[in-house]
Design a protein around this ligand. Structure first.
Ligand code: GCO
Length: 461
């Protein structure tokens, strides 16, 4: 049996900086944050220049894998699809550094930074973006596929489309159910097109997708609640996972959507393609569950942002009579108001394994805290406790037979958190933004190292 992967996960926009270097073209996030005068990732933690130090620290912290994303705006310069060699050279250096430290790279092809030239042509609302994406992905396979053996097409398509097109707190900042459905559909189509391209290239590796996993719980087990739970599962999880893993859009989801949306973009040949080109594995990002009750009050409070954010999900009727999300009162919450519910990870993995029977990687799990980056050694016992409980949940599910192959903490070092800026810190290593971006391991860094070295035994319960 292959070695379990213990790593850390990041995203290009959240860590690289160097936003005008190496011929990188502007992304949707550059434009959106600049135009709205919000804290941005122009510099972030300067991983673009400091990747060697960051990867070395991961290695010294016992980690054997690094999940990062490739920035599309660094690789493809324009609508014509021209390749930017400087961007390719950067990722060659990054990948080679990983390999020189015996760190297995897991690459996300799209982690939310869309070239602005595509956003200008309606981005994910435009079918042509699927082709542009597949071209970009093929370039990645051709240039890096000899060394990268683990790929994922998209990071959290559900979270991206809900935030950008439904809640409206991410670019392009719309609030429109039809657009949410269209963008989600095109992303899932692009994912299947890319899986097809990867297989056709006969690369020696595996390709999956990363989902923002929100296992659904009901306030009780009445029939009404169970029906609402099914809608919620469709809405939060099946929309992505059923399509990626089984090549099917759930029939009852389509029925519901056809009452309120135009689904004419769903062509029979697309659906056939999705059916034929399903993923090899599933990546789950887990922060919290969702608790729901049947629709009653006429208002759906949709806390899509269940990772905790300055902006709470707005209260609005999204799809009439589906379900209402509730905030469990008896639970513990982080200081960013995310529910702490490790059991959801254990039960979620079991549900996912039972349903799809595909290898699972926990591609993100972690806790955002307010911390002082100037401190010499941050005593982040809250993070240690959080990770302890969640890693135990993963190992329990694994011991019971679920095929879990890796765990990635979000994040190996502090980075820019979408819309929350640098205030919300997730890292095992602190980045001192006030002092030359110096890296300083927190207590959790050594703790994670011990966990890895003991193969999890140091914390088993
Ligand atoms: C944050 C988050 C992370 C990221 C990640 C999602 O940094 O604020 O909670 O989960 O958003 O990019 O894939």
């Amino acid at each position: 049996m292959k070695e379990f992967l213990w790593g850390g996960a990041t995203a290009s926009y959240q860590c690289e900086g160097g936003f005008q270097e190496g011929n990188r073209v502007p992304s949707n996030w550059d434009r959106y944050l600049h135009e709205n005068g919000l804290e941005n990732g122009d510099v972030a933690c300067d991983h673009y220049h400091r990747y060697e130090e960051d990867i070395r620290m991961m290695k010294e912290g016992g980690q054997n894998s690094y999940r990062f994303s490739i920035a599309w705006p660094r690789i493809i310069s324009n609508r014509k699809g021209d390749v930017n060699e400087e961007g390719v050279a950067f990722y060659n250096r990054l990948i080679d550094t990983c390999l020189s430290y015996e760190i297995v790279p897991m690459v996300t092809i799209f982690h939310w930074d869309l070239p602005q030239y595509l956003e200008d042509e309606s981005g994910w609302l435009n079918r042509k973006t699927c082709e542009a994406y597949t071209h970009y992905a093929k370039v990645c396979f051709e240039r890096f596929g000899d060394r990268v053996k683990l790929w994922t097409t998209f990071n959290e398509p559900r979270y991206y489309t809900f935030s950008g097109y439904l809640i409206g707190n991410y670019p392009p900042g719309h609030q429109n159910l039809q657009e949410t459905v269209t963008a989600s559909y095109y992303m899932m189509l692009a994912s299947a097109m890319t899986v097809k391209a990867y297989r056709e290239g006969s690369y020696d590796g595996k390709i999956g997708i990363v989902h923002s996993f929100s296992p659904v719980y009901g306030v009780d087990m009445t029939v009404k609640t169970q029906i609402a739970m099914r809608y919620a599962e469709n809405f939060y999880n099946n929309w992505i996972l059923d399509v990626a893993a089984m090549g099917q859009i759930p029939g009852d989801l389509l029925d519901k959507l056809s009452d309120c949306c135009d689904l004419s973009m769903m062509l029979p040949e697309d659906l056939e393609l999705m059916q034929r080109h399903t993923v090899d594995f599933i990546g789950l990002n887990y922060y919290a569950r969702v608790m729901i009750k049947p629709y009653e009050t006429g208002e759906t409070t949709l806390i899509v942002n269940n990772k905790g954010s300055k902006e709470k999900g707005t209260s609005q009727t999204i799809v009439k009579d589906w379900f209402e999300q509730v905030r469990p009162k008896e639970s513990r919450y982080t200081e960013w108001d995310t529910e702490i519910f490790p059991r959801g990870l254990y039960e979620g993995i079991r549900r996912c394994w039972k349903k799809y029977h595909l290898p699972i990687y926990i591609t993100e799990n972690g806790i955002g805290l307010y911390e002082d980056g100037a401190e010499e050694k941050i005593d982040d016992r809250e993070r240690i406790e959080f990770m302890n409980q969640h890693i135990n949940a993963v190992l329990n599910a694994k011991e019971e037979g679920c095929d879990v192959r890796g765990f990635y903490v979000w994040s190996p070092f502090d980075l820019y958190s979408w819309k929350n800026g640098t205030e919300k810190r997730y890292g095992l290593v602190a980045v001192d933004y006030e002092n030359g971006l110096a890296r300083k391991p927190k207590k959790s860094y050594e703790w994670y190292k011990e966990v890895i070295e003991s193969k999890g035994n140091s914390i088993r319960r």
